[in-house]
Ligand binder design. Structure first.
Ligand code: NDP
Length: 487
């Protein structure tokens, strides 16, 4: 792939221009420069993708699960073969450090394809003998599913949505985020090389209107969105018009709780990972770090020492820990939150400003930032910032921290660091979150269900549970006795 040539839409197993002939630009967040122009899909292109998906679906859903699994296995192997190239592409388009993308993006996507390749032949119904006969159930594919992605994990999101959908016998139309459209196209090319029939995976790049055309399309059975809470509500409203099923992976403001008996070095590792990995642009981040008062000073000392050592810089340099934020506009939003934190009385312990990286003066770099002296009502403690900004909070006892941790509209994730495993499980029970990590943070093995509750989302991705969201159950009754008619 030539990274600087125009990119077209991927429909029916091939590139083609948008009907309107329109394009938008995708930028390198480290330099602000345009990488290439990308075709802009309109509603008519979405119609074409739906027609292609209908044709592809007929062929795909009639194959055995094992046959579908073989294609996904080959696709996973191709991702691994192209690991370096894909990691560089993701770092270029999303600004994510090259120290992260091979593992967190490419391996995660390949793991997912492999997992669902293995699961594809395991979809089973049930059988039960009842009065007058028996019934059985058939888990059937939904049909055409649409995936709409966020910009922070473009390839991973495309894989997390397409792998279970395709394994279950669906076709997918994927809309990557406007800011990171490139890797989904490469995935489409590799799917084709792996033997996926044309039309089974299509990519329509575009803006919110393209997403809307998917959510409102009468022939699309399901939407799986990763995005902001507001977008989730808009998609759900649009999907309601045709009663589509929705999976929503939305935002968060998750608590990371450090008890007095925690291994503090380990807890600091969790807090750093849960706030500064991918420049803090991770939905599950533990951005409210509650630390028990008795260990607060020791925790802060270790935290600051390790934060000082983080290297902000060129994402294509493997020594870089923190790359640029995704866009100029997003950087402005994050810097504005930092100003709000200061204005509302927060005490800045470290960071707080834009960083100018030599040679990359137009990049959107922001220092890893930590606030203390906060109270729970402050804006930066309540709202998702989606940048490298950690809020430190102090607590005295377990009931208090549970109440404060749950005092949010979000419910994506939570973390608990403690040596007392009973307390760990008690906290897992008490926290209103879709995922709780005990003595870890942000690990997401593909075998583990992933998804939020409250306003952080609906449904689960990954694990066998994902099949529940990409299949529907048909019940078949078979009589073993004549109809006992009263007429
Ligand atoms: P957005 O909600 O802005 O966008 C997500 C996707 O939805 C994009 O492809 C976007 O298109 C599209 N879109 C926007 N408006 C509409 C609409 N009305 N109808 C249909 N589609 C629409 O999220 P971001 O891309 O800014 O990603 C950041 C957000 O994603 C954060 O809130 C983060 O927490 C959340 N997120 C959640 C995850 C989870 O698994 N729970 C994981 C990762 C991120 P366009 O790009 O053109 O605007």
């Amino acid at each position: 792939m030539t990274q600087h040539s125009d990119r077209q839409l991927w429909i029916n197993g091939a590139y083609r221009p948008a009907r309107s002939g329109e394009f938008f630009d995708t930028h390198n967040p480290a330099t602000g420069e345009i990488i290439c122009r990308v075709a802009l899909a309109g509603a008519d292109d979405v119609d074409d993708a739906v027609d292609a998906a209908k044709a592809g679906l007929e062929q795909w859903r009639s194959q055995s699960g094992a046959a579908r699994g073989r294609v996904l296995h080959r696709a996973a192997a191709l991702l691994r073969e192209h690991r370096d190239e894909l990691a560089r592409l993701e770092s270029l388009d999303a600004g994510k450090p090259l120290a992260e993308t091979p593992e967190a993006d490419v391996d995660s996507a390949a793991d997912c394809l492999e997992y669902f390749a293995g699961q594809a032949s395991s979809l089973q119904g049930e059988y039960q003998q009842v009065e007058g006969g028996f019934f059985y159930t058939r888990p059937e594919p939904l049909g055409i599913c649409a995936g709409i992605g966020a910009w922070n994990y473009p390839l991973q999101i495309a894989a997390w949505k397409s792998a279970p959908a395709l394994a279950a016998g669906n076709a997918m139309i994927f809309k990557p985020a406007e800011l990171t459209p490139l890797s989904a196209l490469r995935l489409a090319e590799l799917f084709k090389e792996a033997g996926l029939p044309d039309g089974v995976f299509n990519v329509v790049q575009g803006l919110a209107e393209t997403g809307q055309a998917l959510s409102r399309h009468p022939d699309i059975a399901k939407i799986s969105l990763t995005g902001e809470v507001g977008t989730g509500k808009a998609v759900m409203r649009d999907a309601a018009g045709t009663l589509k099923a929705v999976t929503l992976e939305l935002g968060g403001k998750s608590p990371l709780i450090v008890f007095e008996d925690a291994d503090l070095d380990n807890a600091v590792s969790g807090a750093l990972l849960g706030n500064f990995y991918t420049q803090g642009q991770i939905c599950t981040n533990g951005t409210r770090v509650f630390v028990h008062r008795s260990v607060k000073d020791a925790f802060v000392e270790k935290l600051l020492a390790r934060t000082r050592a983080l290297k902000v810089g060129d994402p294509l340099d493997v020594d870089t820990h923190v790359g640029p934020l995704i866009s100029e506009a997003h950087m402005r939003t994050v810097l504005e939150y930092i100003e709000t934190g200061k204005r509302e009385g927060g005490q800045l312990l470290i960071g707080g400003g834009r960083v100018t990286v030599p040679g990359l003066e137009n990049g959107h770099f922001v220092e890893p930032t930590i606030f203390d002296g906060l109270d729970d009502s402050m804006t930066i403690v309540r709202e998702e910032i989606f940048g490298p900004v950690m809020s430190l909070l102090t607590f005295d006892d377990e009931d208090e921290v549970i109440r404060r941790a749950n005092d949010t509209v979000f419910g994506l994730a939570g973390g608990v660091f403690t040596a007392d495993l009973s307390r760990g499980h008690r906290m897992a029970d008490a926290l209103q979150a879709g995922i709780v990590w005990i003595n870890h943070y942000n690990v997401t093995p593909i075998e583990m269900p992933f998804g939020g509750i409250k306003q952080s989302g609906i449904g689960k991705e990954n694990s066998r549970r994902a099949f529940d969201h990409y299949t529907r159950l048909k019940t078949v009754f078979v009589a073993q006795a004549p109809v006992d008619s009263p007429y």
